[in-house]
Design a protein around this ligand. Sequence first.
Ligand SMILES: [Fe+2]
Length: 233
Amino acid sequence: MLDIHSHILPKMDDGSKSVEMSLEMLKSSYEQGVTTMVSTSHFYAHHESPDEFLRRRRHAAKKLESLLTDSMPKIRFGAEVLYYPGIAQSEEVRQLHIEGTSLILIEMPFVPWSEKIFDELITFQYNSRLQVVLAHVERYRSIQSRAIYDKLFDQPFYFQMNAEAFTSFFDRRLALSLIDGGLLHFLGTDCHNMTSRSPNMDEARKVIDKKLSPAAWYEITDEMESRFNQHIL
Ligand SMILES: [Fe+2]
């Protein structure tokens, strides 16, 4: 199973705080069936350049490298890139795609959007020849008008939800309706630690087992994995 959104690199962002925590997160993910983990540390263009981010990422990854075992998922490195005005024109940011794939995880800003943001992301997608995956689409809903939020799902992007969406009564209905409409392209845990935001694919699995069927969970996650594989370069 694939987890396309995680913060498992030690001291890279507000995720894992140590090598030990990173290893625990990886082990827990594997026990829940995750075999490929995409490491998507936060990238904020107003804080650092993509080159600086990549240098820090290499450094953090090196600390884990020799400690990885067969009882942990394979890691692919990427980033969770916060949208910023001008992203469509930046060539450097394209380096932050999920390694070995044509996918890039983009976080939308937590302020009300104008429709221009969609236009710029479409231009970014076209210019970069990457496919945009929008991170945790359930998390923006409360700050957008209904009209603009609904337009989100007309855009030519992939939509990712966090596993926890399935455990919240409010978000669960949206999650199940996206599955129904074929618009839930990826699930991720967005795990940051082993306590408040721990690897939690199992929680989503239990809800889908109950609301749909145990077979549905495997169908959904297999489909996500093959969608991901279609973007391997
Ligand atoms: Fe995240």
